[in-house]
Design a protein around this ligand. Structure first.
Ligand SMILES: Nc1nc2c(c(=O)[nH]1)N[C@H]1C(S)=C(S)[C@@H](COP(=O)(O)O)O[C@H]1N2
Ligand SMILES: [Mo]
Length: 159
């Protein structure tokens, strides 16, 4: 029988976690070639702040919440600030092992709904760890919240 590997970062059905798995919002950025940088919240806050209004978190299990205005740094701004070598794909992985794969093409051509954010503000207020600090916001995703990754802990930049 054929064995199929499943990609843990590919959207799949999932019961969301509600308890923050760890305390600190630091993000480990792993760059092509092996360099790793620890990003503190202050570094996200120093990048241009973008707000995306009318975002809904649509859960197949526990209903829809929102609308929220999510504020934060553009994911593309952060990557471009820290990377000079060419790259093709990002893996955005949470502290509870949830994740999202993002292609360079997708990041360079933002959806009309808005660019992907590393969000640390919700409705103009600091996001709490319980809310997901730091949360990936993918405005184009309106189905099942599988890309709205809470507790981002690691970003792998792949060639
Ligand atoms: N880190 C992490 N992010 C996650 C999940 C999770 O389990 N862990 N669940 C996803 C799913 S399936 C849903 S429906 C939403 C729930 O978001 P909420 O807690 O803001 O309602 O978070 C998404 N992001
Ligand atoms: Mo979900």
């Amino acid at each position: 029988m054929m064995h199929h590997e499943s990609d843990p970062l590919r959207p799949h059905s999932h019961e969301p976690n509600f308890e923050p798995p760890t305390g600190e919002p630091d993000i480990l950025l792993a760059l092509p070639g092996g360099t790793e940088k620890v990003l503190r919240l202050e570094e996200l806050q120093a990048l241009p702040r973008v707000t995306i209004r009318d975002c809904y978190i649509v859960s197949t299990g526990h209903g829809t919440s929102g609308p929220f205005a999510f504020g934060g740094a553009r994911l593309l701004d952060l990557i471009e600030r820290h990377t000079t070598t060419p790259w093709n794909e990002l893996e955005v992985i949470s502290a509870d092992g949830f994740g999202n794969r993002i292609s360079r093409a997708e990041l360079l051509a933002p959806d009309p709904a808005g660019p992907m954010l590393l969000s640390y503000l919700i409705d103009g207020m600091p996001m709490t760890r319980r809310h997901g600090l730091v949360r990936l916001i993918v405005p184009s995703e309106t189905d099942d919240a599988l890309r709205q990754v809470k507790w981002v802990a690691r970003i792998n930049v792949l060639p």
